[in-house]
Design a protein around this ligand. Sequence first.
Ligand code: FES
Ligand SMILES: [Fe+2]
Length: 340
Amino acid sequence: MKFENFWYVVALSKQLKSNTVLQRTVLDEWLVIFRGDDGKPVALRDRCIHRNSRLSQGNVCQGKIQCPYHGWVYDKTGKVIAVPCEGENFQVTEARRALRYDTREQDGYIYVRLAQNPTEEFEPFPMPFYQQPGWETVRVINRFCNNVTNCVENFIDIPHTASVHPGVFRTPRQQQLEMTVERRSGCVIAQYRNETNNLGWFTRFLNNTGYKIRHTDSFHMPNITSVEYDMKPHRRLFITSQSVPEAEDSTLVYTDVTFNYGVWNKFAKLFVHWTAQYIIHQDVKALGIQWEAINKYGRQFSNTPADTIHVFVESIRNKIAAGEDPRTLPDKSVDVKFWV
Ligand code: FES
Ligand SMILES: [Fe+2]
């Protein structure tokens, strides 16, 4: 198994209009993204096969992209269909084509898969309750100067919330929490107990009656995290993040905050957007600082039991990095106590 076998978000559907050209990087591969004449997304290697200009600097017209240097034109399959300097001698040949990647469009996202011959068919992660009646979604995009592993670990890490997001998310209280962390078939699932009212400025709105909160965090190989809060009827919240590897020190994160707050849904949207961005900016800063030290001194960690979730995530991502299938790792379940 390889990271290239999976689908990665490269754009929001609404970012890619019919004549838009987008430049993206996934797993160090340069991509140009546009829509073909059938409206479907196209992803080609961002390199003209003629003399290596970048197609992403060219224009799209009727679903075909023209190189900005000598004007070669490529169709949605990556085939060269016009070479201006060859005039009437021009002939289409199979040999002249740009590298093309498979694309998908689902839940308002455009995905690319880099593997040309994937050993297994995976599906893009289904975004929970996206555009379903009674649910609203706020979608934000942020770039982190760190790798995917450290990003996904941050998104399902409770101990940092009191120190990085004091007041907004949680305040340091030394309240004991219990979690059960499980690793099974490429996923890590953490279920929390004893969570009642330490949710910062959300508390009064989300959980004014002290209802027992159901809180589950999960990681789904290779790059998805989900945070789910179930606080009472009409107070459910999902934060689903897709961490897209651009390079080892750069991760583009697409975050959906999807909620069902009953009659407050529309009203809450602005507030949720502002708060999500406020919290994520704090994490961008924290992860940038972490990367500086990892970059200089490498990754040697001193884990506590609360880091079990990260150890499991790393075991899964390390397996894929080694070209192996993390679903062959033995299932594990650990009960952990920690204080926040
Ligand atoms: S480099 Fe693209 S047309 Fe010449
Ligand atoms: Fe955070």
